[in-house]
Ligand binder design. Structure first.
Ligand SMILES: Cc1ncc(COP(=O)(O)O)c(C=O)c1O
Length: 396
């Protein structure tokens, strides 16, 4: 007989809830931040450049521009790519709203193309159907940390002269055919939010190999201001010019001190994420009622989150019931994501439900299991025990 669920008065697997994600802060991180606070520089100083160089080297890009969030990074990248009013950018619906919002910030139009049912990433065939004379960019999201099919997306973008932007907020450390995400396409963006692979509290980065794009990104981060040394010589030391309507998206030296310290542990933290995901997959693969994200050959996952897909035909409960049952067992599950255009803001703009049927159907089946480097093997056992218990209860 199935064990009684905590939801119905049974004993929960855990009494202390396990979150779905959590930062990993070491004493070295704390010392690095304290040292920055004791230094001359607490806003833009040498640690910003050092952090940019560190991330650029890690992802194999020539240039990196540190900004105040992953959302700012997307805004900066979309600006650098030249998006503006009248332009369209293709985005997936299965992402955080920021991916599409960045397009809106520039007065351009996000065009949602559906995702693949197995990889959960942008479907190049659906992208091809959405291309118009107004399309200027394609923004892919490496969902959960799995790289998109960038080769297929490039094959669409190149002949049409479109910019490719990689929203790699989930995918620092992922590789595609052996190449790190970060220099694969024109512009890549990362997030350093606490649940991500490395954190600066809030923070983000734009990486590119193109010096002109890097220059546009740097300017946009700092109010659109340029400082030309020769102009300063001829016009006065105070001289600067604002050439674009930029923002204050600067990341501070204090935050970069944390980021620099974090990236020294990035490989270890990634290895832990991958080990946890491997255990999850080994235990959950083949469990009736569940499906897992497909892992195409040549794409190395960075495991920001671990999504599971409920096979609702084989379960006597819907996602809401199963989610509630897992939470009652002390497992801090989450859901990524509500299709972006379902949000009231996008509904007001006229995006109709039903636009991306694959993503909409996936949304009803998705649950995110906890995954972060500080999880112990015991925590992983608890998650697996709770999933087994709940699926056993709801299994037909
Ligand atoms: C896919 C994706 N893009 C962009 C962002 C925005 O990053 P941030 O929270 O650093 O602004 C997130 C944040 O979770 C994300 O998941």
């Amino acid at each position: 007989m199935a064990e009684r669920l905590a939801l119905y008065g049974g004993t929960p697997v855990r009494t202390t809830p396990l979150p779905y994600g959590h930062q990993s802060i070491s004493e070295t991180d704390i010392a690095a931040v304290a040292a920055a606070l004791r230094s001359e520089w607490i806003t833009t100083g040498p640690r910003v450049t050092e952090f940019e160089r560190g991330v650029a080297a890690r992802v194999g890009a020539r240039h990196a521009v540190a900004v105040s969030s992953g959302t700012a990074a997307l805004h900066v990248a979309a600006f650098a790519a030249g998006l503006g009013p009248g332009d369209e950018a293709i985005v997936p619906p299965l992402t955080f709203a920021a991916t599409a919002n960045a397009v809106r910030y520039l007065g351009a139009t996000p065009v949602f193309a559906d995702v693949q049912a197995d990889t959960l990433t942008l479907d190049p065939e659906r992208v091809a159907e959405k291309l118009t004379s107004r399309t200027r960019a394609i923004i892919g999201v490496d969902f959960a940390g799995l790289p998109c099919d960038w080769e297929a997306l490039r094959a669409l973008a190149r002949p049409a002269g479109l910019a490719l932007i990689d929203d790699a907020a989930h995918a620092l450390g992922a590789t595609s055919n052996g190449r790190a995400l970060g220099s694969l396409v024109e512009l890549t963006t990362f997030s350093f939010h606490p649940v991500k692979h490395a954190t600066t509290g809030e923070g983000g980065m734009v990486t590119t190999d193109d010096p002109a794009l890097a220059e546009r990104a740097r300017r946009f981060r700092n109010h659109g201001i340029t400082v030309d040394a020769s102009e300063r010589f001829s016009r006065g030391e105070w001289h600067y010019e604002m050439v674009d309507l930029g923002f204050n998206y600067r990341l501070t030296d204090v935050q970069c001190a944390l980021g620099l310290s974090q990236i020294t542990r990035l490989d270890a933290m990634l290895a832990r994420r991958r080990a946890i995901a491997t255990r999850y997959r080994a235990h959950l693969r083949g469990l009736p009622g569940l499906a897992l994200q497909a892992l195409p050959a040549g794409r190395e996952h960075a495991w920001h989150i671990f999504p599971i897909l409920l096979d609702l035909d084989r379960l006597a409960g819907d996602r809401r019931a199963i989610f509630a049952a897992l939470r009652a067992e002390g497992i801090g599950v989450n859901v990524h994501y509500i299709p972006v255009y379902w949000h009231p803001y996008y509904q007001r703009l006229g995006y109709a439900k039903g636009l991306c049927p694959v993503a909409e159907a996936l949304y009803e089946r998705l649950i995110t299991l906890p995954l972060f480097p500080a999880m112990t093997d015991g925590d992983v056992d608890d998650v697996l025990a709770a999933v087994g218990k709940v699926i056993d209860h709801f299994g037909r």
